[in-house]
Design a protein around this ligand. Structure first.
Ligand SMILES: N[C@@H](CCC(=O)N[C@@H](CS)C(=O)NCC(=O)O)C(=O)O
Length: 70
């Protein structure tokens, strides 16, 4: 979604097979130990659907939100 929006971001790989999601530094971001997680300044958001909706609402000019519910 961030790539599609064309915004700058830093992607940090969390390798599940290596237990990266259980490391203290990731649990400090998401105590549930699940990816993905979005960190925007001091704001942290988890759950992929919530992240995508948040980004679509943050950049409405990019047209990822429907004009109406239909
Ligand atoms: N409902 C969550 C599911 C997140 C999720 O289960 N992610 C998996 C990887 S696709 C994960 O972190 N698994 C590690 C674990 O459950 O220990 C979402 O859509 O973000």
């Amino acid at each position: 979604m961030l790539q599609a929006l064309g915004v700058e971001f830093e992607a940090i790989a969390v390798t599940l097979e290596a237990g990266g999601h259980r490391r203290p530094e990731f649990l400090a971001v998401n105590p549930a130990g699940k990816v993905p997680a979005l960190v925007d300044g001091g704001f942290v958001l988890t759950e992929s659907a919530a992240i995508v909706l948040h980004l679509a609402e943050t950049y409405p000019e990019r047209g990822f939100l429907p004009a109406d519910l239909h």
